[in-house]
Design a protein around this ligand. Structure first.
Ligand SMILES: Cc1cc2nc3c(=O)[nH]c(=O)nc-3n(C[C@H](O)[C@H](O)[C@H](O)COP(=O)(O)OP(=O)(O)OC[C@H]3O[C@@H](n4cnc5c(N)ncnc54)[C@H](O)[C@@H]3O)c2cc1C
Length: 553
């Protein structure tokens, strides 16, 4: 928490030094005493304080300064720090100006020069003002601040990115929050280039790609070494588990994640079926703990960083990354999970990020307080979202294509939904249109049995329509099934024949792909059980198989 600032401004260098010295002597410990010799330089420094979110407790300013008087300075400065206490230093001749300032800029005190001895003529007044200020001061937020528009897809993307990478941040909605407007003015950034991301050091970026935000935050996107024992691609539950157990077992391990640790699970508001957590836990918590655990064992984690290709060079598997760099590894584990299936519905793409979301971030739930939220999908992820959003929304409606929820959803969740008053389930229903000017305002829904359509007002459409693997970067290297899932173990040995190009004298291990030393775990694996627990189990098991493989080399 930064120390609150006491500002003193005076154009006379001797006076400035003296007042600064007296203030430091008494207040230098709990406060940061700073000074400037002109209103203009003080104004620029005040703007920087605002950008760094450092609170100002008190302005103590000389009235008689040649280019900008004390009152003129205070008029501007209090726009940035309206809660700061204000005092003017005046000579006897300026008393009238000081009295006028009491009304104009609501100064709290004026002090006559000289103020000697400070114990009698300065400290009591300053104590009084600081006590007042402290009594209504709320500690400021210290992390990254994002000024944006609630309905801007890019604002949502940046927020989601920060949240999922565990970066503490404060969201300031330009439409409803005066602080947001003030901060935007202070940066001087173009209001048409939102979001503006303001960092703790006061610097800011306008409408930045998330990769630039990552760079600025110092998120690690470059590997420390050119070669590892084990590289894991994808930091969902499977990849995180492999990183934890790989590093714990002494393998020099690197984990590479395209977006943010947690994978699909990171979007889950409450995983209720994970062993050892009878009250459930959020996917974000699970990911945060796993990342801490992996790091504690010495695993290196790159995020955001994408793997775009792989080639085999003898015993080395060489990975190509999106930034063009390459990394070699003795063993490779692919745990890239599955990616959301897109819906082809008129209006949907245009409003994506503006009330329409695939697997909406949980942090958005509050935005739909008292709103009408529609959820597409009938699997557990849709059910969890319905439960979570129902705590904020006026009404949640689930649109389910099939004739029953039971076919696709766990019984415990179906029961919870049935018992929640503000959730309605519409079976045999599909969304066929999304309408709205700047954001989602209404939906057209079709009954798949009767083909009747209706248009309903909607504040949000949240889509949980399943997912597919994205493994094109492995095409031609590793065998995949028709949907793109990676084939492993016994599924590769057909009528006793090992896969084409197989180079070692044994069958592939259970989680080994068609290339020796390249393993697969989690949802991306052909015929995997899917889910958090099986992902974690497979990630751990893969590490044991990697050991066996390395022992065989
Ligand atoms: C909203 C929601 C709720 C859910 N709730 C539950 C639940 O309650 N219980 C349950 O058991 N399951 C639940 N699931 C399913 C569960 O989350 C998944 O089965 C699980 O996350 C799969 O883990 P994974 O590690 O195999 O892959 P994923 O979680 O999909 O992670 C894969 C990771 O790989 C990264 N990646 C992909 N390609 C690359 C690349 N080329 N380079 C670098 N990184 C890459 C992705 O960005 C992703 O982070 C839920 C899913 C969702 C979406």
């Amino acid at each position: 928490m930064p120390k609150p600032v006491i500002w003193t401004v005076d154009d006379d260098p001797d006076v400035l030094r003296a007042v600064e010295r007296d203030l430091r002597r008494k207040y230098g410990d709990p406060y940061k005493v700073i000074s400037a010799d002109s209103g203009a330089s003080a104004m620029e420094a005040t703007r920087q304080l605002k950008l760094r979110n450092e609170p100002v407790a008190l302005f103590l300013v000389d009235q008689r300064m040649p280019r900008m008087s004390g009152v003129e300075f205070l008029e501007k400065a209090i726009e940035l720090f309206p809660d700061a206490k204000r005092a003017l230093f005046t000579a006897y001749a300026d008393t009238d100006a000081a009295i006028r300032a009491i009304n104009n800029v609501h100064i709290d005190h004026y002090l006559m020069k000289p103020w000697d001895p400070p114990e009698e003529r300065l400290y009591d007044v300053v104590d009084d003002m600081l006590d007042d200020w402290q009594s209504s001061f709320h500690p400021v937020f210290e992390g990254v601040r994002v000024v944006g528009n609630q309905w801007s897809p890019h604002s949502s993307e940046v927020r989601d990115f920060l949240g999922r990478n565990f970066v503490p941040h404060q969201w300031l909605n330009i439409e409803t929050d005066d602080t947001a407007k003030q901060l935007l003015d202070t940066t001087g950034a173009d209001p048409a280039s939102l979001p503006v991301v303001v960092f703790a050091d006061g610097s800011f970026l306008s409408n930045p790609p998330t990769a630039e935000v990552a760079r600025k935050l110092g998120l690690k996107t470059k590997a420390e070494f050119p070669f590892y024992d084990l590289v894991v691609v994808g930091a969902g539950p499977a990849g995180l588990a492999a990183a934890v157990y790989g590093a714990a077992d002494g393998l020099h391990t690197l984990l590479i994640e395209r977006e943010a640790p947690g994978g699909q699970a990171g979007r889950s508001s409450r995983i209720e079926n994970y062993l050892g957590f009878p009250m459930g836990l959020s996917g974000n918590d699970l990911a945060r703990r796993a990342v801490a655990q992996a790091r504690r064992f010495g695993a290196e984690i790159l995020a955001p960083q994408e793997v775009t290709g792989v080639r085999i060079e003898g015993p080395t598997r060489v990975l190509k990354l999106a930034d063009g760099s390459e990394i070699g590894t003795r063993a490779l584990l692919i745990a890239t999970g599955i990616a959301f299936r897109k819906l082809d519905v008129p209006g949907l793409d245009r409003l994506s990020g503006a009330g329409v979301y695939y697997y909406a971030p949980m942090s958005d739930a509050f935005s739909y307080r008292d709103g009408d939220v529609y959820i597409v999908g009938g699997a557990n992820s849709a059910g969890q979202a319905a439960m979570y959003f129902s705590k904020f929304a006026r009404q949640v409606t689930m649109l389910v294509r099939g004739a029953s929820l039971s076919d696709s959803m766990s019984q415990y969740l179906e029961n919870q939904i049935a018992a929640t008053k503000n959730i309605e389930v519409k079976l045999n229903s599909s969304v066929v249109g999304v309408e709205g000017a700047g954001h989602c305002e209404s939906l057209t829904i079709r009954n798949n049995k009767t083909h009747a359509t209706e248009t309903v007002p909607a504040n949000a459409l949240l889509i949980y329509a399943g997912a597919v693997p994205r493994t094109d970067w492995l095409a031609g290297v590793v065998e995949r099934d028709a949907q793109g899932y990676l084939i492993s173990g016994q599924h590769l040995v057909l009528e006793g024949k090992r896969p084409a190009g197989w180079t070692v004298d044994r069958d592939p291990f259970y989680l080994e792909t068609s290339v020796p030393g390249i393993f697969v775990a989690g949802d991306v694996r052909h015929r995997s059980a899917k889910g958090v627990t099986s992902g974690v189990g497979e990630g751990a098991m893969a590490v044991k198989l990697v050991h066996q493989y390395l022992g065989l080399l």
